[in-house]
Write a protein that binds this ligand. Structure first.
Ligand code: MG
Length: 370
């Protein structure tokens, strides 16, 4: 089977691991609340015994995109993995996050097989010299009260975030909380993420707070509304959920629906697709950053390899593992003394699940063989 012009070796075994990682604090956004991450991790084994890992970062419920953990588990088990093991096309439509998990696991195994090459360097050879340290945006969930949000932002700044992004809805309490952050730190690079929920009134109130960008103010499919908002707003509009493919990016660019692009490798279905989206957006004059899906170390390391590419000019939403989890399934992704995220130095995607931590987190495991 061919992949990026190379012949990939045969996959002989795939393990699916449904993992549940308790979060340090619930993350509240316009599309719901996550108290534990319910992820599907994928291990592939090649004929020569090389192994690689990938992660499906769909949320537990289909509230961000149509994918969700239980559905991803089923589509991997019944469709994607059997097709891969039989070396045939799956014919599956959609399911980019499940597809991405399997593709990354295969890429990881292949890089390790070929003399322990690193994903970040492999991408860098094609897309430009990658950074080894990446500035981060602290993404802060909705708070119950303005003081709580100000305290949460203060914690993030103490840890070296370059930009702070707050999850918002049109609710007056959310707007008041962002206003409190702005009045506490008049010069703070501050952004908001509406996850498709914002209206004209909340937008104009938020725009008065001098924001670095307003992410996904309009529903994902409504690029015309996003374009109308982009025309009215002083702050640039960032597109996240809207950018489901390179083709959708081209439509968004043609409509001038956003000036900032949030690239998520999992949502786009692959690291090379994500890098192509980042390059196309940057070439069109957009600012680009890599967003997060509250990944485990596996998915976080993969997204960080894309965030390290030179087209990603804004701080990444990816944070260190200990921003979200007491114990990650891999060695934690960390920041240095300046608050910069350190791209893991290991081969392949840079990290591997630690067996006893994976056992602790695993709620279901399944091995399929050719
Ligand atoms: Mg977003």
């Amino acid at each position: 089977m061919h992949h990026n012009g190379r012949v990939l070796p045969t996959v002989v075994e795939v393990e699916l691991v449904r993992a549940r990682l308790p979060m340090l604090a619930p993350l509240r956004s316009g599309h719901g609340t996550e108290t534990a991450r319910d992820l599907v991790l994928v291990r592939v084994t090649l004929a020569d015994g090389s192994t690689g890992w990938g992660e499906c970062s769909a949320l537990a419920r289909p509230t961000y995109t149509a994918e969700h953990s239980a559905g991803a588990w089923a589509v991997l088990r019944d469709e994607l993995v059997p097709a891969l093991l039989a070396d045939r096309d799956s014919g599956v439509v959609g399911h980019p996050m499940a597809t991405h998990a399997l593709a990354v696991a295969r890429t990881d195994a292949n890089l390790r097989r070929r003399g322990d090459r690193r994903l970040v360097e492999d991408l860098g050879a094609r897309y430009g010299r990658p950074a080894e340290r990446v500035p981060t945006t602290a993404v802060v969930g909705r708070a119950d009260a303005p003081d709580d949000l100000v305290a949460a932002v203060g914690n993030c700044l103490a840890r070296g975030a370059a930009l702070v992004k707050v999850k918002v809805t049109p609710h007056p309490d959310d707007i008041a909380a962002v206003a409190a952050v702005r009045s506490t730190w008049p010069d703070l690079p501050l952004a908001v993420d509406g996850n498709g929920t914002l209206d004209a009134r909340s937008l104009s109130q938020l725009d008065a707070l001098v924001l670095a960008y307003v992410e996904q103010p309009a529903p994902s499919e409504d690029l015309l509304q996003s374009a109308a908002m982009a025309k009215r707003l002083g702050a640039p509009v960032a597109l996240d959920e809207s950018i489901t493919s390179l083709a959708m990016l081209e439509v968004a660019l043609a409509l001038r629906a956003g000036q900032v692009i949030n690239v998520k490798p999992a949502r786009l279905g692959g690291v090379h697709i994500a890098a192509d989206v980042a390059r196309t957006a940057a070439d069109a004059g957009c600012a680009v950053f890599v967003g997060g899906m509250v990944e485990s170390g596996v998915g976080r390391a993969v997204a960080l390899a894309v965030a390290a590419l030179p087209m990603c000019t804004l701080p990444t939403d990816l944070g260190p593992s200990d921003r979200y989890f007491a114990r990650d399934v891999t060695e934690p992704i960390v920041t240095d003394d300046d608050g910069l995220l350190v791209v893991p130095a290991g081969p392949g995607i840079g990290v591997v699940p630690i067996p006893n931590r994976l056992n602790e987190a695993a709620v279901d495991r399944l091995i399929l063989r050719s």
